[in-house]
Design a protein around this ligand. Structure first.
Ligand code: BTN
Length: 277
């Protein structure tokens, strides 16, 4: 794949170009919508899924006016530089929703590694960082139909050609991009096609009993494991050692105060510096 594609740098995302390079079997093969602007691709995918859109439907936006992040945060979504997209995954391939979230983070990390030759770190559950700068985030939302069927909306935000000068002050020094990490600009169509291919691979793998292998691959890239952390969930924080990720995708933490082993399906992790010897 050519990493530097100046002829595409300034183009907007197009469905027809995406169609010519997609290598997936199901993701992006049914409904594709490419919008100049949306409130949130997850919100649009949710609406379409309730109206009957099926597995693999892909919603992409050049910019989002209310991009959503995890834990009720917003996602900075300036136009023309990055990728913001959502997929309908139907049925949900695993019983444990956290596992789907982890698997999606792994897929994005492995796609970037393969494409850019740089391995991002995963911060549990699924933040992707290059050089400590958050470059991608994933928001999985589960839906249940009136007939009890379940599906997932998988939303991915990846900073592709964002430059340091594009960052608002509150994100400076905290957010990065593929361009900042690699020093060159990227064709967003090629990047999106590579992400979809890898997401589909883990999606099929989870559906066909590949969870153990998926978790092994996840743990290899997860930099949270082995770190002293603070985890905050439900308004409560605790300090401990992140000792692993269990078979359900939950973070295992050994609490400092009493050595108790606890597991978390969600929450916000802050890495703590190791004590000086
Ligand atoms: C996070 O907080 O790390 C998750 C960020 C997820 C952002 C993406 S952008 C595309 C999709 N649509 C949204 O509104 N959010 C997700």
């Amino acid at each position: 794949m050519s990493v530097f594609s100046p002829e595409y740098d300034l183009t907007t995302l197009s469905e027809s170009r995406l169609n010519t390079i997609l290598e997936t079997k199901r993701l992006g093969r049914g409904l594709i919508e490419v919008h100049q602007s949306l409130d949130s691709t997850n919100a649009r995918a949710k609406f379409l899924s309730r109206a009957g859109a099926g597995e693999g439907a892909l919603i992409v936006a050049e910019t989002q006016t209310s991009g959503r992040g995890r834990l009720g945060r917003s996602w900075h979504s300036p136009p023309g530089k990055n990728l913001y997209f959502s997929l309908i995954l139907k049925p949900v391939p695993v019983d444990d929703p956290p596992l789907l979230t982890l698997a999606a983070g792994l897929a994005v990390a492995e796609a970037l590694d393969r494409m850019a030759g740089r391995t991002p770190e995963l911060k549990w559950p699924n933040d992707l960082l290059f050089d400590g700068l958050k470059t991608a985030g994933i928001l999985t939302e589960l839906e249940t139909g009136s007939d009890g069927s379940r599906w997932a909306i998988l939303g991915v935000g990846l900073n592709v050609n964002l430059e340091v000068a594009d960052l608002p002050s509150e994100l400076a020094g905290r957010a990065g991009s593929l361009m900042i990490a690699t020093g060159c600009s990227w064709d967003r169509h090629e990047v999106l096609a590579a992400l979809l291919k890898e997401i589909e691979e883990v999606y099929f793998k989870l559906a066909s009993d590949g969870r153990a292998e998926t978790l092994t691959r996840y743990r290899r890239l997860c930099r949270t494991i082995g770190q002293r952390i603070t985890i905050t969930t439900g308004g409560q924080s605790l300090d401990g050692l992140a000792s692993g990720v269990d078979e359900h995708g939950r973070l295992i933490v050994i609490r400092h105060s009493d050595g108790r082993r606890l597991s978390f399906a969600g929450g916000e992790v802050t890495l703590r510096p190791s004590p000086q010897r």
